[in-house]
Ligand binder design. Structure first.
Ligand code: NAG
Ligand code: NAG
Ligand code: NAG
Ligand code: NAG
Length: 815
């Protein structure tokens, strides 16, 4: 009736029900089931009719009444008619007994305390010869036991009976009436197993009584058919829940192990779920299926991959940590992005817990940072730095490894942060070690030259590189100032001063402040080495495992927004790019972790008169002087705070963007835009130059409408040819006034990966150009094709524009 009032029909239905004819009654009861709910007043009238019909001598009419009662029973009705139903449970007619059991089930679901009325009758149902009555009776008893634990005691006496039923079913020959693909009444078998499981929980005697039959069912049931598997699964659950024998449990785990190679996804899924529950109890038995569990990491179904991953981590122990970590690291390389962060956290936890020695621990962490340095939580990084600081005999080894690793790849943020910190801290150890052979390359005799200039050069390349962000810049500056007291070569000292000096005019407040402070420190050569002494060895602390993101920590928040699937998927859906790998939506300007320095330093810096050779005072400049955490450490991500974020916002969140090698085609006027990143050659653009820019924007036009022109300026990364940096320029010729709320999104083909920085401004004034960086990782070097979504508001008319565009490939000589 789709919600239309149906009262007019109710009385008609009652009249039909009162008719002596079966066909009328059937129609009337069907109408009642559809039109009446328990709030209707006519319900009392129905109760009377039901009472009459429950006592009818036509079994089909009794059946109709039981059906209707089960369907609409209100609690009042249930109480009124409970006695009738109880009587019918003892009927000599199987058809009626079966329906009465189901009706009783509905009644106790509605009014649980009525269960006592059905107790004695339902005991005899468990003895019934008819499968139909038996299965409904068992269902009723199961419900009672689940609702009232005291029932379990009573029904436990039926265990031998149920075991006998199960035995008969399991050993029955072909019975055409109950056969389902060669298995006799699997539905009944499953129900019996479920009830047995409830009855034998925490009861030794009952458990023993069913050990044999469980073993028999577990071994004899056909596992090639889904029907058989459902029985096996239920058997496994029973074995795990009751106090079964050890051998039986191993058998159960092996059944699950066998499920893992089943072709049906659902079966693999339940197997992994159940193994995960079991792994704490039957660890040894589960360990035996390790290889196949690891194989599931490569399953096509993501929910299976996720379960397999959880289980793999649960399997790690002292004995297999080497093997399993190796496998998990191999998987980390290909794992879904959304897994990576939790994987790195768990791998480092496992390494911390089970590491056979420090060397292995450090190697594992290094490997992890190399593979997934962009998906590492800050606690994990802090843990690694702590580990290195505590292992003084490994300093040289570690710092050399990191030096070599950063020489090869500076795209992994975690690796860069850890490497820069450690090279800054132990630069002297690195230099003392001299040149060394890089064992990790395929080439033989690849000797890495370690000189003061090489170390400073490496840090400078990170600073200028395309992956640098505010955090890495902060780390590099601090590392450089530390190195100034660790390195002896005068020209390198000069270089360090020069770099620091350049940053004293950085647009990033935090960077500028630090650069100014560090530069000033050079006027205090007498105490500078003391200020920059090694950090005290940090105390042990355990990484707290959290499933997802820690909202209060900027780094993890950032990682999450990079990999966050929801936005991305939405965009891709929108653009019909199927499961393309990435399409970063606009990120919020990121919070900069800030030490107390910013809050306190300016005043203390002003107070620190130059002639005051007071270490404490100077240390104060760097933050907390008295506290055990020393200043430079406090810059480590362990103390995040969102303070200063708004300031950064004011100055333009855009300066988070990675630097690009300016495309050769770029006219110099654009340096002022690109200059945000390095603030090296910030030259002010004159209005005339601006005028010129508008007419002649570099790069390739991807979109033009409403005065808004979007140009792409591609350039190949100098270090990694697979990476293409694209500077997106948004120019507004002003024909429609200011453009606001500009949102620019892009998607790339499946084989490529896309990262986007924040736009320099979402408002483009008339005659202005804003920019945004994006980076495409294109390992297979396929043609770059972009799908763009551009939305903005024309301030003059208030009109909202939502457009799509496509671009690509770039011309041959574009890079
Ligand atoms: C009652 O019966 C109607 C009609 O057969 C059916 O649509 C409905 O789902 C039943 N409600 C319950 C609670 O069984
Ligand atoms: C696996 O077991 C662990 C510990 O018992 C639990 O925290 C986790 O949620 C389980 N995972 C799944 C996917 O059920
Ligand atoms: C964006 O541009 C508007 C107008 O030119 C300006 O007021 C605002 O400060 C800019 N915002 C940022 C973050 O640069
Ligand atoms: C501005 O650009 C639009 C196209 O986006 C073009 O039609 C118009 O002529 C341009 N106006 C000026 C003044 O250049």
């Amino acid at each position: 009736m789709l919600g239309y009032p149906a009262h007019f029909g109710q009385m008609e239905c009652l009249k039909l029900v009162a008719s002596p004819k079966y066909a009328d009654k059937r129609l009337g009861y069907l109408g009642i089931m559809l039109l009446i709910d328990e709030k209707t007043e006519v319900l009392t009238l129905v109760t009377n009719s039901l009472k009459n019909d429950l006592n009818h001598n036509n079994m089909y009419i009794v059946g109709l009444a039981l059906c209707t009662l089960g369907n609409i029973s209100s609690s009042e009705m249930a109480r009124d008619l409970c006695a009738e139903v109880e009587k019918l449970l003892g009927s000599s007619n199987t058809y009626i007994r079966k329906k009465a059991a189901l009706c009783a089930l509905r009644i106790i679901r509605r009014v649980p305390e009525l269960y006592e009325n059905f107790m004695s009758r339902s005991k005899s149902l468990l003895n019934d010869r008819s499968h139909g009555v038996l299965i409904t009776g068992i269902t009723l008893v199961t419900e009672m036991c689940q609702q009232n634990p005291e029932c379990i005691e009573v029904f436990r006496k039926a265990v031998p009976l149920l075991v006998r039923h199960l035995k008969n079913l399991a050993s029955a020959g072909f019975s055409p009436e109950h056969d389902v693909t060669g298995v006799t009444d699997p539905f009944l078998q499953v129900k019996i197993l479920r009830l047995l499981r409830i009855l034998a929980q925490n009861d030794q005697e009952a458990s023993e009584a069913m050990n044999d039959i469980l073993a028999q069912v577990a071994t004899n049931t056909e596992s090639t058919k889904n029907v058989g598997n459902s029985i096996l699964y239920e058997t496994v659950l029973a074995i795990m829940d009751i106090q079964s024998e050890a051998g039986l449990r191993v058998l159960a785990v092996n059944i699950l192990g066998k499920f893992l190679s089943n072709r049906d996804n659902n079966i693999r899924y339940v197997a992994l779920e159940t193994l995960n529950k079991t792994v704490g109890i039957e660890n040894q038995a589960v360990q035996r299926h390790r290889n196949i569990i690891l194989d599931c990491l490569r399953d096509g179904d993501i929910s299976i991959r996720r379960r397999a991953l959880e289980l793999s981590f649960a399997l790690i122990n002292e004995g297999n940590v080497r093997v399993l970590t190796r496998e998990l690291l191999a998987f980390l390389e290909v794992a879904d992005t959304e897994f990576k962060q939790s994987m790195t956290t768990k791998i480092s936890l496992a390494a911390e817990r089970f590491a056979p020695n420090k060397r292995w621990h450090i190697d594992t962490m290094l490997r992890m940072l190399k593979l997934a340095g962009n998906h590492v939580r800050e606690e994990v990084l802090a843990g690694f730095i702590r580990l290195v600081a505590q292992s003084s005999d490994m300093h040289q080894y570690t710092v050399q490894k990191l030096f070599a690793a950063l020489k090869r790849d500076i795209s992994q943020e975690g690796l860069v942060l850890a490497g820069v910190w450690i090279i800054g801290e132990y630069g002297d150890v690195l230099i003392d070690g001299g040149n060394f052979e890089d064992e990790d390359t395929q080439m033989e005799n690849d000797i890495l030259k370690v000189t003061d200039a090489a170390v400073v050069g490496l840090l400078e390349s990170i600073l200028m590189g395309p992956y640098a962000n505010q955090l890495t810049r902060e780390y590099v500056l601090t590392a450089l100032v530390k190195l100034s007291s660790r390195l002896s070569d005068a020209s390198s000292q000069g270089k360090i001063k020069e770099i620091l000096n350049k940053h004293t005019i950085s647009m990033e407040v935090e960077i500028q402040q630090r650069a100014v402070e560090y530069t000033n420190l050079f006027s205090f050569d007498a105490i500078r080495p003391a200020v920059l002494e090694r950090m005290p060895i940090p105390e042990g602390r355990t990484i707290i495992e959290t499933g997802g993101n820690v909202p209060s920590s900027p780094t993890s928040g950032r990682a999450a927004s990079k990999s966050g699937p929801s936005d991305q998927d939405l965009l891709l859906d929108l653009m019909g790019v199927g499961t393309a790998s990435s399409g970063g939506a606009m990120e919020e300007p990121e919070a900069a972790p800030q030490s107390p320095v910013t809050a306190t330093a300016s005043s203390s810096a002003a107070a620190a008169a130059p002639q005051q050779n007071n270490v404490d005072l100077l240390a104060d400049i760097f933050g907390s002087s008295g506290s055990p955490t020393s200043p430079i450490q406090s810059q480590s991500p362990a103390t995040p705070s969102h303070a200063g974020n708004s300031l950064l916002d004011l100055l333009g969140g855009g300066d988070e963007q990675p630097t690009t090698a300016p495309a050769p085609a770029t006219p110099t006027g654009l340096d002022s835009l690109a200059g945000l990143s390095s603030s090296l050659d910030t030259t002010t653009t004159s209005p005339q130059q601006q005028q010129q820019q508008q007419q002649n924007i570099p790069g390739y036009e991807a979109y033009t409408k409403n005065g808004l022109r979007i140009h792409l300026v591609p350039s190949r990364d100098r270090k990694n040819p697979a990476i293409i940096n694209i500077q997106v320029l948004f120019n507004n010729n002003g024909s429609q006034g200011t453009v606001t709320d500009l949102q620019f999104q892009a998607a790339v083909p499946k084989s490529q990966r896309l990262q986007m920085a924040t736009a320099s401004n979402t408002t483009v004034e008339s005659s202005a150009t804003e920019k945004q960086m994006m980076r495409i990782n294109n390992p297979q070097q396929t043609a770059v094709k972009l799908r763009l979504r551009i939305s903005y508001v024309l301030a003059n008319s208030g009109q909202k524009v939502d457009d799509m565009a496509e671009y690509g490939p770039f011309p041959e000589n574009a890079f």
